[in-house]
Design a protein around this ligand. Structure first.
Ligand SMILES: [Zn+2]
Length: 55
């Protein structure tokens, strides 16, 4: 199952969420496990982050 990385915009903590493809397609509401806020942003994978820095 794919692992999605998120960072909480409120407490700045990173966390991972494991979702099946169909679950992700359903656009579930992701909440921070640390503070319970839903103001979270999806993190790009390390691979994509490195690629983006080159340009
Ligand atoms: Zn949080």
């Amino acid at each position: 199952m794919p692992i999605y990385e998120y960072v909480c915009m409120v407490c700045k903590k990173e966390f991972t969420v494991i979702l099946s493809f169909s679950e992700y397609e359903a656009k579930p509401k992701i909440t921070c496990p640390h503070c319970g806020n839903d103001h979270v942003e999806r993190r790009l994978s390390t691979f994509f982050a490195k690629t983006a820095k080159k340009s």
